[in-house]
Design a binder for this molecule. Structure first.
Ligand code: SAM
Length: 216
């Protein structure tokens, strides 16, 4: 599913997970919300809604990461959370609220029930204490605990996505981007995408075309 910019409306395509981060305060939560977004991206989510408040700085950091490291992860900030939920459900998706009070992911069958719906998932995480509404069936189809102990939204998102996608995004090949890591037993090896040098006077081409990688 793809999100329609600034409305949260989702349009049909293969099953996806988006994160909805509620309660973000740009001055206090910049680092943690950035980490939630980066974790979501690295572990297979398609995008993140940071609701109710526009944060261009956060959008910039996340978009820059996508430009450098590839993929098609999206960020939208400032959409009211009720609208995001309404649009998501209205487009046929389900909502999963991550909360330590919910059904324990490691016990029972909550993950199986979520997967069995075969629907796109909006993964809701708080920042501050969430409104009581979030536990209701009008907002959350499932309330899921990543263990019933308090910890972090980053850890909760990471563990849910890892179990949901069964580790596949950790293995997948990088799509696009300008930089990639060549894994090493020790030390660091990084490659940068080359740009083709066009001959002087070649006016037929507008821009340089990405070609291959050079280790830097
Ligand atoms: N103090 C807040 C409260 O009383 O609800 C909790 C803040 S907690 C650091 C921020 C978010 O992390 C929560 O809203 C929830 O989404 C997520 N979270 C923390 N522990 C969790 C757990 N054990 N299982 C699932 N989500 C969890």
């Amino acid at each position: 599913m793809e999100s329609n910019k600034s409305t949260g409306v989702i349009e049909s395509s293969p099953r996806r997970v988006w994160v909805m981060r509620w309660g973000h305060r740009p001055s206090r939560d910049a680092r943690l919300t950035t980490h939630v977004a980066l974790v979501a991206r690295a572990l297979g989510a398609s995008g993140i809604f940071v609701t109710d408040i526009v944060d261009r700085g956060l959008e910039h950091v996340v978009n820059e990461t996508v430009e450098n490291w590839g993929g098609s992860f999206k960020i939208e900030t400032g959409v009211p959370w009720k609208k995001v939920v309404e649009n998501w459900k209205g487009s046929g998706g389900i909502t999963v609220h991550l909360t330590m009070y919910g059904e324990n992911i490691a016990e029972g069958d909550v993950l199986k029930r979520i997967k069995d719906t075969e629907k796109d998932v909006l993964l809701i995480v708080g920042c501050q204490k969430v409104p009581p509404d979030f536990f209701s069936k009008e907002v959350s189809d499932f309330n899921v605990a990543i263990g019933n102990q308090p910890h972090s939204e980053c850890a909760a998102v990471a563990i849910f996505l890892d179990r949901f996608f069964e580790g596949r995004p950790l293995r997948s090949v990088q799509q696009g981007g300008q930089i990639k890591i060549i894994p090493q037993r020790r030390g660091k090896r990084v490659a940068r995408r080359n740009m083709e040098n066009r001959s002087v006077g070649d006016r037929s081409s507008q821009a340089s075309k990405p070609m291959n990688w050079t280790t830097i």
